[in-house]
Design a protein around this ligand. Structure first.
Ligand code: 5AD
Ligand code: SF4
Length: 462
């Protein structure tokens, strides 16, 4: 039921509109959502916390695992229903489908859900203001004609077109690289995010400086494959050293990495760069070399373990994290036992585990030996129990350590502040006079499943 002027009046005026961005999925998406917000604010629009108050709603979708598309359509349905309930005076908000589902499905989304006004992929969102303007004009004309679709993967990249960053929190993300050329057989990312593209070193150092000037004390370099970063002249280890040298930056992290690209220079950086925090997220996916081959991972169980041995040799306190997939096509009980045993062997500080989800168009989706959901569920439960036990053991093993936490946000109760240890553990403290962005010396007192208890070592400021 689109197209009646009374239904579209809320978003066709030239008044600055209110927008809401809802983010699904990975850190890249969370970050992309922030950048889309920056773009819309640059147009004089105002961010609102609730979709109910918004004239423009951006749904930034994720396609990595099941039901992503279904989630998008049920969200669209909910928005339409709320708009109907609000009565004719309020009008239907403009709906923007963004992110990886938008990239994968393109115009099909608007064909199936005519309430969608704009479809924009993750490599084209720098054009969002123009797309919204075009969609407004279309709505003003009664909603005739196809929705506005932009799923180009422009060669020049979007980064040069994004506005300057707003002041950030104490811990900021910096996108250094986007896309993936690895083509793991289960993964949709190379199709939705396109080939690997690295941003130039000078631009990244300049953006890191701007983030620190805006209040960042910690920067996390993000991308689908950050350790594959190269701008032709410099490699990833060189980039780490250059960003670590930005005055005022106390902490540096990066995610996500591929085991294949963990080279000697990067290991040395972990030994030699004090700002580089002792934490590494290095997805292994499976402990079975046979399954890893079928996944096209380009590493084996042994080469992964060897990388971690070399890393621990130069940085003994490093905390390790990983990603796992259970129930990949053809995974036998013995393969799964290999996954459980690699978890035992590594001793993760934390890890993420997922049931294999066939992604349309990926090679694994067409493989023989797809497993029953019940088998996947049972394996996932066993793996998560093993990982949970390790996370608890890791947190308990750090009791007694004296270290610093970076205060990042307020806690639940008044006076509380939440910070992170170098090993990415959350700790809540009460320290009158302390504020977000402070590095506070603490002692870890107790270890829990997902956090630690800590006490400040330095007396509170007067
Ligand atoms: N099914 C389940 N998990 C997947 N991942 C990626 N693709 C799939 C899939 N088809 C997981 C991987 C990856 C993480 C981001 O998501 O573990 O590292
Ligand atoms: Fe997906 Fe593999 Fe690329 Fe990671 S490395 S984004 S899992 S294809």
């Amino acid at each position: 039921m689109r197209g009646k002027p009374s239904e579209t009046c809320a978003h066709v005026t030239n008044q600055p509109a209110r927008f809401h961005v809802k983010s699904f999925g990975c850190q890249m998406n969370v970050h992309d959502s922030e950048r889309m917000s920056d773009l819309l604010m640059g147009e004089g629009m105002t961010a609102v916390d609730s979709a109910d108050d918004a004239d423009v709603i951006v749904l930034n979708t994720c396609h990595i695992r099941e039901k992503a598309t279904e989630k998008l359509f049920s969200d669209i349905g909910r928005i339409e229903k709320r708009a109907r309930q609000a009565g004719p005076g309020r009008g239907k908000p403009l709906i923007v489908a963004a992110g990886c589902v938008a990239q994968a499905e393109g115009g099909e989304i608007a064909a199936r859900a005519p309430a969608v006004d704009v479809v924009v992929g993750p490599l084209a969102y720098h054009r969002l203001p123009a797309l919204v303007t075009a969609a407004r004009a279309r709505a003003e004309a009664g909603g005739a004609g196809p929705a506005v679709v932009d799923t180009d993967m422009p060669a020049e990249g979007k980064f040069g077109h994004l506005p300057a960053r707003r002041p950030t929190g104490a811990s900021a993300f910096l996108t250094i690289q986007e896309g993936c050329d690895k083509f793991c057989t289960f993964c949709v990312v190379p199709y939705t995010r396109g080939p690997e593209v690295s941003r130039p070193l000078a631009a990244l150092v300049a953006e890191a400086e701007a983030l620190v000037a805006g209040g960042a004390v910690e920067i996390t370099l993000i991308g689908q494959n950050v350790n594959a970063w190269s701008d032709g002249a410099a490699d990833f280890a060189t980039l780490l050293r250059a960003v670590a040298a930005v005055p005022g930056l106390a902490r540096l992290r990066y995610t996500t990495s591929h085991p294949r690209d963990m080279n000697e220079a990067l290991l040395r950086a972990h030994a030699e760069v004090p700002a580089l925090m002792p934490y590494l997220h290095l997805p292994v996916q499976s402990g079975s070399s046979r399954v890893l081959k079928a996944m096209n991972r380009a590493h084996t169980r042994e080469s992964y373990l060897e990388t971690l041995r070399a890393l621990r040799a130069v940085r003994p306190d490093i905390a390790l994290s990983g990603d796992f997939i259970v129930g990949f096509p053809g995974e036998t009980e013995a393969d799964f036992e290999d996954t459980l045993s690699i978890v035992e062997e590594v001793g993760y500080a934390q890890a993420y585990s997922f049931k294999y989800s066939p992604r349309p168009g990926t090679p694994a989706a067409a493989m023989a030996g797809q497993l029953d959901e019940a088998v996947k569920d049972a394996r996932l439960a066993r793996l998560q129990a093993a990982i949970g036990a390790q996370a608890l053991a890791f947190n308990k093993a750090t009791v007694g350590r004296r270290t610093t936490i970076l205060l990042e946000r307020p806690g639940r109760k008044p006076g509380q502040l939440i910070g992170k240890t170098p090993w990415l553990q959350s700790a809540v403290i009460e320290q009158p006079g302390a504020k977000i962005g402070d590095l506070v010396e603490i002692e870890i007192m107790e270890g829990f499943a997902n956090s630690v208890a800590a006490r400040p070592l330095v007396p509170a400021a007067a």
